[in-house]
Design a protein around this ligand. Structure first.
Ligand code: UDP
Length: 329
């Protein structure tokens, strides 16, 4: 039996495929390569170029392979873009999930591990954030992911599909050998943008807001290594294989690092000067997002290995140095 990875050519998807293949799983990927990269595809996985919104493409995959479970990463994931183009996000993310679940029902596939996000919480009422805290997304990206979770909940009750939803905090880093990593056509994430300065691709990094109610006035985020995230998917598959009930888990390290601390750490890791400018707040950025991942540790047995942000930034630096132009190199 195989694991179907939807979006296996993307950043987190390609790392999850790597870990699945390392463990000896049979892996099938479907990806429309809109934001994913051909160069990120694992040669040990069987690849279908196709869109999850196309029921015929899904039927072909489910008919040609014996799929045991689906791991679903195929979605648009940029907060700013989602504010400008909400319907793009509702179409690809929410409608995509509907078509995928319909295909799973048609083909009697009963388990799904879903890529969710801390953005489902919106502005948190308390820190660290727990899974049953209120969800009140402040942007369409978070709204679509929350809607996808709700869709799974009702489908699980009606059709018996069991799901695990993994709410990632700030995914970062790359596979240690630098062979796969983060490559977005429009980069908006802090660590890749910081590293573009020592790479000579950007003159400076702009800090978005210095007047937050945090120790140094800049936002605190919980950075979690992409391989630790990937490993949580393997544990979630094991959990569902053992008959575990549908559930939701936060994935983070449980420590907040400020934007200033991240820049200082990047200076140390790269050994290069990084020019900094200070700008206003970016709309929709909560002051702090820090996870409690106790539930994932306890129930899934998850034990993240990269608690040190210098190590996380170090793996990203290895990837970006080797591939300054992403998968074009
Ligand atoms: N950030 C920043 N400058 C940038 C990009 C991001 O100061 O050029 C800040 C952003 O305001 C947030 C943190 O870095 O506080 C992490 O942002 P990112 O977009 O990486 O992830 P998010 O937390 O929005 O998912």
């Amino acid at each position: 039996m195989a694991i179907l990875v939807c979006g296996g050519a993307g950043y987190i998807g390609s790392h999850a495929v790597h870990q699945l293949v390392e463990r000896g799983e049979d892996v099938v990927i479907i990806d429309n390569l809109q934001t994913g990269h051909r160069g990120a595809l694992n040669p040990a996985a069987k690849f279908y170029e196709g869109d999850i919104r196309d029921p015929k493409a899904l039927d072909k995959v489910f008919m040609e392979n014996r799929i045991e479970a689906v791991v679903h990463f195929a979605a648009n994931s940029l907060v700013g873009e989602s504010v400008e183009k909400p319907l793009l996000y509702f179409n690809n993310n929410v409608y995509g999930m509907q078509v995928l679940l319909e295909a799973m029902v048609r083909h009697h596939v009963g388990a799904i591990v879903f890529s969710s996000t801390a953005a489902v919480y919106g502005e948190p009422k308390r820190i660290p954030i727990l899974e049953d805290d209120e969800t009140n997304p402040t942007n369409p990206y978070g709204e679509t992911k929350r809607t996808m979770e709700k869709m799974m909940k009702w489908v699980s009750r009606a059709n018996g599909i069991r799901y695990v939803s993994l709410r990632y905090f700030n995914a970062a880093g790359a596979l240690e050998d630098g062979s796969i990593g983060e490559a977005h056509t429009t980069e908006t994430h802090l660590i890749p943008l910081i590293l573009q300065v020592p790479l000579g691709k950007r003159d400076h990094i702009t800090v978005f807001g210095t007047d937050y109610a945090t120790p140094d006035g800049t936002c605190l985020r919980d950075y979690i290594h992409v391989i630790d995230l990937a490993d949580a998917h393997l544990l979630a598959i094991d959990y569902l294989r053992k008959g575990g009930e549908s559930d939701v888990f936060n994935l983070g390290n449980g420590h907040g690092f400020s934007v200033r601390e991240m820049i200082e750490t990047a200076k140390n890791v790269t050994g290069k000067a990084i020019k900094v400018e200070y700008g206003g707040r970016r709309a929709g950025d909560p002051a702090q997002l820090i996870a409690s991942s106790e539930k994932a540790r306890k129930v899934l047995g998850w034990n993240p290995h990269y608690a040190d942000v210098a190590k996380i930034i170090g793996t990203a630096w290895t990837w970006h140095k080797k591939h300054p132009n992403g998968y074009a190199d």
